[in-house]
Write a new protein. Sequence first.
Length: 366
Amino acid sequence: MKLINYDAVKFEEYKNNLKLIGSLSLLFSDSDDPWLDYRVPENLYCECFGAENLARSGVTADAKLDNIGIGIKTFTEGNKHTWQKIAEFNKARKSYANLNGIDKIRKISELRNERIESTIATYGLNQMIYHCVIRNKNGFHFYEEVMDKINIDNIRIISESESSIIFTDELHDYNFNISKSVLQKKFNTEEYYDDVYVEVATNPFEVLRNGIGSIVTITENETAIIPLYSVKGGVKIVYPKSGLNQWNAGGRPRSIDEVYIPFNKEIREKYGDFFPDRNTPFKVTLPNGKTMSMKLCQDEGKALMSNPNSELGEWLLREVLRLEENELLTYEKLEELGVENVLFEKSKEGLYKLDFIKLEDETSEE
């Protein structure tokens, strides 16, 4: 199945690049079958089609192409009906650990749907799909399907054991591995829409010595990673009357959306003059493409706020985190959605961009 009408020239470039990298499989694997690390299609997809790379954000999409969120999967063909990991909920374990059977699966499904909804809202998407690169002994197949939310009303358990629960929503089949907190989906990939033959080089070092193409030099922008939470006594928390719950503080009337991102002393010392001084506002491009005026506020610039100060809360609390008005944000909620840290990126021209990022010591979404 094919869901996106790709430019033919760009798609041919994409295939040829995958073919080239697949030919070097013996650098990484003892098998004669073509091999791909899952990061390769993620990066090549964005490079060839001009998509925005979201893989480091830890959300349910690895790329954004126009207003479509793309979950990029790479796996072995097998019998064309394979279980593949689509999400992990280890950090949300406390919310479902004491539930059993259908109640556990309903909670897992709610968490999965919340992540999809949050990703759609955060990046201004109209649709979510899977783009699959499927490996077999001859090369790679290409397959796409819609990334559906789980229809909770239609859930039916197929089988259950101490280690896993297999269930269906009558549209797709899922398998929740209880011990690993991993949700898998069955991908039925018989109807692929294109393929590429890959000849694995018997001596990949010779291919490298002879040159495999031009070398591209990438100039990295400056970045700053800032937690959305605070740490007290070694425990991660969101204070009930400050930070992203500033709207709940006393002292004066406040907008229900008034928030700020904590910019504590340790973080300030780490990133020095990454941001302008307190008297200088700066424009930030959000993941959905909109811009927001922000600046450092409060004593010693310990808070990142928007102007007006409710704009950040309207976007972050309502659109991304999907909280109701007067609902306190907790660290557990940030964990469930996988949006614990924000990444600010600054170009050489002084332009700022904000995104979410999954750190190396945190479990990846997919």
